[in-house]
Every structure is written in C-alpha cells, then in structure tokens.
Design a protein around this ligand. Structure first.
Ligand SMILES: [Zn+2]
Length: 221
C-alpha cells in the first residue's frame, strides 16, 4: 500500500481500540488522545498513539509498524502492533504467596504471562492445570476429570461450582479426544478463566489463612 493508505489503516486500528491495560490489567476501551508517525532508517514507518484507559484513566503508548516491501518501490505492508508502554507487569501474585501451593501458583503465573503475550490457548491450558493441581492438593482424586473433581469438592460453595460449570473449558475436555477444544478459545475466555482462578485461590487458600492468622493474633492479646 502507499503511504497515504497506511495512515488510513492505522486510524482504523486505533479507533475504539479494546486491549488489555498494563495498569489495571482489565480488557478495556482505550480512548485515543494523540497519534503521529515517524520514518525509520530502513524506510519503514512507525505510527504511535497515546491512549487513556477508560476504566483506570492511566496513559498507554502503542506503536504500529509498516515496513517497506522489498519487491516493489513505494509499497508498504502492515507488520502490526509492536510495542506497548508501560510494558505489562509480571503478574502481581504476592497476595497468593505462601497461601497457594507452589505448583498451582507457578502454573497460574505462567498462564497470566501467556495471556499478556496474546496466547489465550496456551493460557487456558495452563490455567486448567493450575486449577487441577490445587484441587488435587485439596484431596481430589487424580483419576477424575476436572469437572468431576470440581463437583466432588465439598469445600466449594454452590456459587463457585456454578461459575466453574459455566466456564466451558473446564468441562468436556477429554470427553471427545477428536474434537479440538482449544479451537474456539479467545482472550475473553482466557480472561474469565484467570478471574475464576483468582477468586478460587482467594476463597480456598487466602481467606482461610487470614482467618487463622487473625485468630492467632486475637489469642495472643
Ligand atoms: Zn486501565
């Protein structure tokens, strides 16, 4: 495409942008504040835009690259989004430290990193593994499917179980080996899975630990 067309394409890309905010970590609407472009030494064009995350109001800068097509003069092709500033943070899991079993927590962290790197399928696979590790830690049978392990978990409330049942990737995973369960997984499903795991960890590990600590402190008084 010609240079003029790159501008049009970039303007379409930044209009009503929805992306993961590196500040509040939610999938949010980015309100466009400013955009411009510059040419790099190799004649590729970098467009950049400053956005405000609508929910948390913080600023984000993103770049979008078009590179020169080596086979024809004056022809540019879109490479796509490049950098995002600030960079997405390493997931903040300090609230789970010392409460959630290490193997479940390590898988969870890896899943969050996959999610930040736009790999929702890898993210949900490892989120499932994390949940399963936690359920086994709490006594679930290794022989059962994840959905059965959830059903049998007497320490979970009805609400938590119902939420888990509504998350499609927790059920039916191994029921039809020929079907590709990951095919339809997108960022939205991966985000909901992450949110579920956070609440699961809070309920199953963090809260009981806080209660125990609070009791210890009261009995010391
Ligand atoms: Zn935000």
């Amino acid at each position: 495409m010609a240079k003029m067309q790159t501008r049009t394409m970039f303007q379409v890309a930044i209009k009503d942008l929805v992306d993961i905010c590196p500040h509040c970590e939610s999938r949010a609407h980015f309100q466009l504040l400013f955009s411009d472009s510059y040419q790099e030494g190799d004649d590729s064009i970098i467009y950049y835009a400053i956005f405000r995350c609508v929910p948390c109001k913080k600023l984000i800068l993103k770049t979008f690259k078009f590179c020169k097509n080596e086979f024809s003069n004056n022809n540019l092709s879109a490479v796509g989004w490049q950098d995002k500033f600030p960079k997405e943070k390493a997931p903040n899991v300090s609230k789970f430290d010392g409460a959630v079993p290490l193997n479940a927590l390590e898988d969870f962290i890896e899943g969050v990193i996959c999610l930040h790197n736009k790999c929702p399928r890898a993210a949900v696979s490892i989120f499932r593994r994390s949940l399963q590790a936690a359920l086994i830690d709490r006594g679930a049978s290794r022989k059962l499917d994840l959905i059965e392990q959830i059903k049998n978990a007497s320490f979970l409330t009805k609400d938590i179980k119902e939420w888990a049942y509504s998350i499609r990737i927790f059920g039916n995973w191994a029921a039809h080996p020929q079907s590709d369960n990951l095919k339809d997984v997108d960022e939205k499903i991966a985000l909901e899975t992450k949110l579920f795991l956070e609440e699961f960890f809070n309920y199953v590990y963090v809260m009981p630990l806080r209660v125990t600590n609070a009791r210890k402190n009261t009995s010391l008084d």
